[in-house]
Ligand binder design. Structure first.
Ligand code: NAD
Ligand code: ZN
Length: 275
């Protein structure tokens, strides 16, 4: 397929690559997207629950939704797209994964691929999580936060998670609509995007900013955008190559071949920097 070949060629020639992923990269892992047909939870729209106002109004309802999401995601596995991206980032010092996802699947794929390659160090393939993580809980009042994969009891206000330091109500460690993103994480993402030769955009509707602007930063600096998405998005018109396929099919086809490290044969890996 022509678009696949073009994307492979662009990636082969690129020295620096930024990946910008969204909920679509995890759709084939069974994680519901916000804007697809699975976007509703008990008739609530995500946009109405993932806000500070919703949490202030009814923290129990919001925690109940996050408890459900944590539970759904905890049973999901990374798919071929997560693995291919993790392998690519482990093999290329100048590939950075930036994600809007809060599901932890890029990190899980990074850990497993590093392990499969005989290394305990997955740091190179760890994503910049622009919107935080479902598996972090933090305090509504102080700076306390912790990694947290525990089940949440949201049956009453009294059973909701509390801060381990000051005892105040705790909240999910995600960035809600209307909240400011972590400056350090966002700054790193934009800095990487601005020097990237290619921004590979996978499975995002590109309507949530500033995340979607990461791809535009690459574009503005003269880099190329490759988009993998079955549908059109506002980024499509900026893309040098558009691949109208699902992530788990398209991504492995453009960044690598096969499952094991020895079969990873993207051209850049043989002729790229450092080789
Ligand atoms: P979105 O739901 O707005 O859009 C998903 C996009 O993925 C759509 O453009 C759709 O066409 C595309 N898509 C669907 N299936 C695909 C597939 N198999 N392969 C490739 N693309 C596919 O998601 P978004 O753009 O990430 O935006 C919104 C917000 O939702 C973010 O803030 C994010 O934090 C949050 N969110 C995260 C998750 C997650 O962590 N997995 C899930 C839902 C929402
Ligand atoms: Zn606290």
């Amino acid at each position: 397929m022509k678009a696949i070949a073009q994307a492979r060629a662009l990636l082969s020639a690129a020295r620096r690559v930024v990946v910008l992923s969204g909920a679509g990269v995890s759709a084939e892992s069974g994680v519901p997207t916000f804007r697809g047909p699975d976007g509703l939870w008990r008739s609530h729209r995500a946009e109405d629950l993932a806000t500070p106002q919703a949490f202030a109004r009814d923290p129990r309802l919001v925690w109940e939704w996050y408890a459900w999401r944590r539970d759904v995601v905890a049973r999901c596995e990374p798919n071929a797209a997560h693995f291919a991206l993790a392998r690519h980032a482990l093999a290329h010092e100048h590939t950075v994964i930036v994600t809007q996802n809060v599901d932890g699947l890029h990190a899980e794929a990074a850990r497993r691929e590093a392990h499969a390659a005989g290394s305990a160090d997955a740091s190179r393939a760890m994503p910049l999580e622009l919107h935080g993580s479902l598996f972090v809980t933090r305090c509504t009042t102080c700076a306390w936060r912790r990694d947290d994969r525990d089940a949440v009891d949201a049956t009453s206000h009294e059973t909701l998670p509390r801060c381990g330091w000051c005892g105040a109500l705790a909240r999910p460690g995600v960035v809600w609509f209307g909240e400011v993103l972590d400056e350090t994480v966002l700054g790193r993402a934009f800095a990487e995007a601005a020097v990237a030769d290619v921004c590979l955009v996978v499975g995002t509707s590109a309507v949530v900013h500033p995340a979607a602007s990461v791809a535009l930063a690459t574009c503005r600096a003269g880099g190329r955008v490759i988009e993998v998405n079955p549908d059109d998005t506002p980024l499509t018109r900026h893309a040098a190559v558009t691949i109208r396929e699902r992530a788990a099919t398209a991504v492995p086809a453009i960044v690598s071949i096969g499952r094991s490290g020895s079969e990873v044969t993207i051209d850049r890996m043989r002729v790229g920097p450092g080789s």
